[in-house]
Write a protein that binds this ligand. Structure first.
Ligand SMILES: [Zn+2]
Length: 539
């Protein structure tokens, strides 16, 4: 008789198998699901060394799979970049004291980074300047990013970047100056590059530390697999190094990039191959075709509200994109193209059709990343070509108000149309695009079901889906994006025991209640990697 290593019993196990079975208990052996069923059936697999966990009615789902989160960047931000967002910093003194705290813990001469101020929310209602920062940081260069568009440097940072009263404004950038012509520390647009290129790159050890941090943060949210988009060799090496030490505890599927032209794609496929193991694998290449809705840079057929000339930006020319896609496609990579506006999505779909016609390949699983405004006609093509939609419903919640402002409620009615996509059988994966929005699946589930912005405005209410459908975009359907549907995404015999235990059953709470779902325990391959009680972590 084979005994289980662990049994979870007396709960609601949402297996997400093809029949959407909800079981009472689940047994784990060698990191995989051994059995699901009633508590009495599964308890027969308990041997003398089996660990039995009483779920006490709690709900269990497969570990969540996030199809687009900048995992390493999240770790860097969490570990090394101080948060000066409101309300953590309510005024400029608060910002200075947050910097002072960091200075006290940092060697002289090392850079101190922070991010997130928005002067419209600060008591002083003015931009910070280097004189606000210099008193607390005489011997460390300091660079603080605003929410977007600009940053502020202290005097030491300006000096290291070689910026003084004689430095001309670079193209597309501006160095703010006082009445005497002295730089104030505020750098806008491309002028930020003057400082950014002076900051030394993160070391391997720092990147490993960031990945460890991201593993902890994502596991605490029930996320056990992530597609990591847009990393290059130094970042990939940090993942490989940490994995070799056995410290990578979240499954990482890499889309290598960003790549900007055909030569970069050729260079990439010379350097890396598709492959790896089930914890770390290279699957794709990442290109970016347009910008975002809030900043009004997503490529649209129709102009933005109040800006009749502005239809967004196209970052890669159509013929170039086709060729880049074909080269990656022929080399066996999944191609993932960032395309948000309706026009950008059409150009991306054209590239996929071109690649497939030039070199037919079965099931390449190319993705439209974001895919916020697909037209009806394009949806048919996406379906025909088997293209996957890798989207982010958390944007509806966190950024929906800026979407409504940029293009109005009528066009927003079809924004992220997941109901339509699912009805057409398109594999929709959900995610957060961290660090743009926080990696919190409860917000993603809520946004998919409630379709409300953070201010409570409705956004495309007709595209609302059921909680069960919302769950599939983080599990069974998301697994297809990583080519892992045979191993993860549902709790069925033989699949990995990647599991999240929740405080409430997501299928039984009201849409608003989804927001307060919390993870109590997360397992990866049968090992407890997170517990809100602490002290239970497996080796
Ligand atoms: Zn992204």
């Amino acid at each position: 008789m084979t005994y289980a290593d662990m049994i979870l019993r007396d709960g609601e196990i949402i297996t997400l198998d093809p029949h959407h079975t909800v079981a009472e208990a689940l047994a784990i052996k060698d990191g995989r699901v051994l059995e699901t069923g009633s508590s009495s059936e599964v308890s027969r697999l308990a041997g003398p060394d089996t660990r039995v966990i009483d779920l006490d009615g709690r709900a269990v789902t497969p570990g969540f799979i996030s199809t687009h989160d900048h995992f390493l960047e999240h770790g860097i931000a969490a570990e090394f970049v101080s948060d000066v967002r409101y309300p953590r910093a309510k005024n400029l003194r608060d910002i200075a004291s947050i910097i002072a705290e960091r200075v006290a813990k940092t060697e002289k001469g090392r850079w101190i980074l922070a991010a997130g101020w928005d002067e419209t929310l600060l008591e002083e209602h003015r931009l910070p300047n280097r004189f606000d920062l210099d008193p607390v940081s005489p011997e460390n260069p300091v660079w603080i990013r605003r929410v977007f568009e600009m940053g502020v440097a202290n005097s030491r940072a300006l000096k290291e970047a070689g910026i003084d009263r004689d430095t001309p404004d670079p193209p597309l950038g501006k160095i703010d100056r006082d009445e005497d012509g002295e730089p104030t520390g505020i750098l806008r647009g491309r002028a930020m590059d003057l400082v950014l290129r002076t900051i030394p790159p993160w070391t391997l050890e720092e990147r490993e530390q960031a990945i460890r941090r991201a593993c902890r943060d994502f596991l605490a949210q029930g996320i056990t697999s992530v597609i990591e988009p847009g990393i290059l060799m130094p970042q990939l090496q940090a993942y490989r190094s940490l994995h070799q030490k056995g410290e990578l505890t979240v499954r990482i599927f890499v889309q290598y990039g960003f790549l900007h032209d055909v030569e970069e794609v050729r260079e990439a496929i010379r350097r890396i191959k598709v492959g790896g193991d089930d914890m770390l694998r290279v699957i794709g290449l990442k290109f970016a075709l347009d910008g975002g809705v809030g900043p009004r840079t997503a490529l649209m057929y129709d102009p933005y509200e109040g800006q009749p000339e502005n239809r967004g930006v196209q970052l890669i020319e159509g013929e170039t994109l086709k060729e880049m896609t074909r080269v990656g496609h022929e080399a066996g990579f999944q191609v993932a193209i960032h395309a948000i506006g309706d026009r950008a999505i059409d150009i991306a779909v054209d590239a996929y059709r071109y690649a497939q016609e030039s070199y037919p390949r079965s099931d390449p699983r190319h993705q439209i990343v974001h895919c916020y405004f697909p037209s009806e006609k394009t949806l048919r093509q996406i379906e025909e070509l088997g293209v996957l939609v890798n989207t982010q419903t958390p944007f509806l919640y966190w950024l929906g108000d800026s979407f409504l402002e940029a293009i109005g409620p009528e066009r927003c009615a079809r924004c992220i149309p997941i109901k339509t996509l699912l009805q057409r059988g398109i594999a929709v994966g959900n995610s957060h695009d961290a660090t743009v929005t926080p990696p919190k699946p409860p917000i993603g589930l809520n946004a998919s079901v409630a379709r409300k912005t953070i201010k409570g405005e409705k956004i495309g209410a007709e595209e609302a889906v059921t909680p069960l459908q919302a769950l599939t975009t983080y599990t069974t359907l998301a697994a297809r994006h990583a080519f892992m549907e045979d191993k993860i995404g549902s709790l069925e015999k033989g699949k990995y025991a990647d599991i999240a235990v929740w405080n409430k059953n997501p299928l039984k709470v009201e849409p608003e209640g989804l927001k307060s779902l919390e993870v109590e325990m997360t397992l990866v391959e049968g090992v407890i990697r997170y517990s809100n009680k602490g002290g239970e972590k497996g080796a």
